[in-house]
Design a protein around this ligand. Structure first.
Ligand SMILES: [Zn+2]
Length: 419
């Protein structure tokens, strides 16, 4: 966050920082804003007036009178604007609409993008998104933007690679294709980073904590919130934990290395191990179809959760590999917390949490200094979509606090929507 000392009375960043103080403060007075920002009461009065005129902040009564002049309370006008988040997943698309506080007020789930090429899906996404807004009676003008969360790499210059089954999605510039169709600014980031941002913005994690979100869909991603900012790395591609090496003599990975976490613990590996046991495959009615990894994995996870012993052993082994990879991250970065998110944890998340705690708690180097909390994201299945909406909110409301790169490249209309 911008330090108070550097705030100039008339910059856009100042307005954004004041709005963020109102947002994160719950209810505040103008005097408190002046104290926290270091700006003069006159500047604060002027900025607050413009925020009220723009429908972003509302008066919320008065602080109890102590005989002198009563202080007006201010708070975020939560229904002043809205944001859309979309989680782009091979298994399914999840749309959420949130208000300015990040509270989900509507959601829609539709089939994933496994089969169709991007052209068809872009048309479908625009249609479904429009339908959801109509259903919620929200005008396009009051939406600050659309955040899109998905797996993949940022290739730079607006190009991106989605690690999805359909090869047509390789190097497809989704944001460029979507923006003109839906008439809203589109931002994209990886699902793990979105999940981390969402948890942070919603206040589910203390602002002082450094934490990671481990996201599991078909593969793994890691979102890192360090010092209140999403860590991005040199090319916006932080978090490729799926290719941390767990066994140097392990199976060949498609990335070129051997024994990567993804090869040992991702849904595909769990399903492959289950298929080696014909009785188990039969019991769980596994399809064995490479394009149906997720439903097959979900069947194993559900069986494990209800105590079927062979399924439990497979999930437990996957969880132990994950725990080993995660412990390294916790130790390297001295994290306070790990949050598990994504559809891969939908059915057997509790088993993963238990196994990771069992491994991390007694082995973390900092165990005598501070605890390392391991938990499931809240709300689990909407973590990426909700976080993607947060991405749009953050860019529109508080660009002063926004990390650079990936998100920045695609976004140029958000701030002006609030002007
Ligand atoms: Zn690999």
């Amino acid at each position: 966050m911008t330090s108070a000392g550097r705030l100039g009375p008339s910059s856009a960043n100042t307005r954004s920082a004041i709005l963020d103080m109102v947002r994160s403060g719950g209810t505040v007075t103008r005097t408190e804003l002046a104290e926290r920002s270091g700006l003069t009461p006159t500047s604060i009065t002027r900025i607050v007036k413009s925020l009220i005129e723009d429908g972003l902040v509302v008066e919320a009564g008065f602080l109890g009178s102590t005989g002198g002049k009563r202080s007006g309370l201010l708070e975020l006008n939560t229904t002043g604007r809205f944001a859309v988040g979309l989680s782009l997943d091979a298994g399914r698309l999840t749309y959420v609409v949130t208000d300015l506080a990040g509270t989900v007020i509507g959601r829609l789930v539709s089939p994933g993008i496994e089969e169709a090429g991007p052209g068809d899906d872009v048309v479908r996404i625009a249609r479904e998104l429009g339908q959801l807004l109509v259903q919620l009676d929200i005008a396009l003008e009051s939406v600050v933007g659309v955040g899109v969360a998905g797996a993949g790499l940022d290739l730079g210059a607006g190009a991106e690679r989605l690690s999805l089954t359909a090869t047509e999605w390789e190097s497809f510039a989704l944001t460029k294709a979507l923006e003109p169709r839906i008439g809203l600014p589109v931002l994209r980031d990886n699902d793990a980073a979105c999940a981390a941002l969402g948890q942070y913005w919603a206040g589910r994690i203390p602002a002082t904590q450094d934490f990671a979100t481990l996201y599991m869909s078909n593969g793994f991603g890691l979102g890192l919130m360090i010092g209140g900012r999403i860590a991005r790395g040199s090319s916006s591609n932080v978090g490729e934990i799926g290719h941390s090496i767990i066994d140097i003599d392990g199976p060949q990975c498609w990335c070129g290395a051997r024994g990567c976490l993804e090869m040992l613990a991702a849904p595909r590996a769990v399903v492959a191990a289950a298929l080696e046991d014909p009785k188990l495959a039969d019991l769980l009615s596994l399809s064995g179809d490479p394009s149906r990894i997720r439903p097959d994995f979900d069947a194993i996870a559900r069986a494990a959760a209800r105590g079927e012993s062979r399924s439990f052993a497979l999930i437990q082994r996957s969880a132990r590999y994950v725990a080993a990879a995660v412990l390294s991250v916790v130790n390297v970065l001295d994290l306070d917390r790990l949050v598990l998110a994504g559809p891969g944890f939908a059915d057997a998340g509790a088993i993963y949490v238990r196994e990771i705690r069992k491994y991390v708690t007694p082995h973390a180097r900092t165990r005598g200094i501070h605890p390392v909390v391991v938990d499931l994201a809240d709300p689990g299945l909407d973590a990426a979509a909700g976080g993607a909406a947060t991405l749009a909110l953050q860019h529109a409301l508080t660009p002063h606090a926004t990390a650079p790169r990936w998100s920045e490249v695609e976004f140029d209309g958000g701030a002006s929507r609030l002007a």
